[in-house]
Design a protein around this ligand. Structure first.
Ligand code: HEM
Length: 183
């Protein structure tokens, strides 16, 4: 059993990092393989409400997990004494001449992709799914509004699918770090 604080912090940061990753990937898997297929078998009007409500809850998970992953990842690097508070801040092997550093940079950039996709869903496509249709508009306007909602829902699904693939690639890279890195 570890008897010093440093080891306990390694364990705590690693544990929290892994739980946040599990929440992120697990959430995306549930959306893709459970919710998506289930939604396809219920009437469109109900599917739309369900999609909207689940997207709201899912987004809380996504942002919480992405924030936790970054914070715990940085804390781990600091514990491992690869990130320091004095120049040049990055210590070997966290440098680009080392596979560890290159893999970590790739992980960070891909994490940024997850953030951009999350922002697109939250601020662009999710608002388009919200709101009831105005009853005083013409049938053509109703059809156009419904078409726009459907398109937004398709984009949310596409981006969630991309996020799942990207997160799995990052996880593979993360698993390789202990063995020196992947690229
Ligand atoms: C963007 C910021 C991130 C940083 C700074 C970071 C940092 C780290 C560090 C320092 C380790 C331990 C490496 C070692 O033992 O030498 C690690 C492991 C790992 N990371 Fe990350 N990570 C980040 C994002 C992610 C993301 C987005 C995922 C997956 C979705 C991920 C998945 C993993 C996995 C699977 C491991 C191996 C298991 C473990 O040791 O916990 N990481 N990461």
């Amino acid at each position: 059993m570890p008897d010093d604080l440093t080891t306990w912090l390694h364990i705590l940061y690693g544990f929290t990092h892994d739980i946040a990753i599990a929440v992120y990937i697990g959430g995306a898997v549930a959306m893709e393989f459970i919710l998506g297929p289930a939604q396809a078998s219920i009437p469109p009007a109900q599917a739309q409400v369900m999609g909207q409500k689940t997207a709201d809850r899912f987004l809380w998970l996504v942002w919480g997990a992405l924030g936790t992953i970054l914070v715990t990842g940085v804390l781990r690097l600091e514990r491992l004494e690869m990130l320091t508070w004095s120049w040049p801040f990055f210590e070997t092997p966290l440098v680009l001449s080392d596979s560890y550093g290159r893999t970590m940079l790739a992980m960070f950039l891909l994490w940024c992709v997850l953030v951009v996709n999350g922002a697109l869903i939250t601020f662009v496509f999710r608002p388009r799914l919200a709101g009831k249709l105005n009853t005083k508009i013409t049938a053509a306007q109703v059809a156009a509004a419904q078409g726009a909602k459907l398109q937004a829902a398709n984009w949310v699904q596409r981006l969630t699918r991309i996020d799942l693939g990207v997160a799995l690639v990052i996880a593979l890279m993360g698993a390789s770090l202990k063995w020196g890195g992947l690229i």
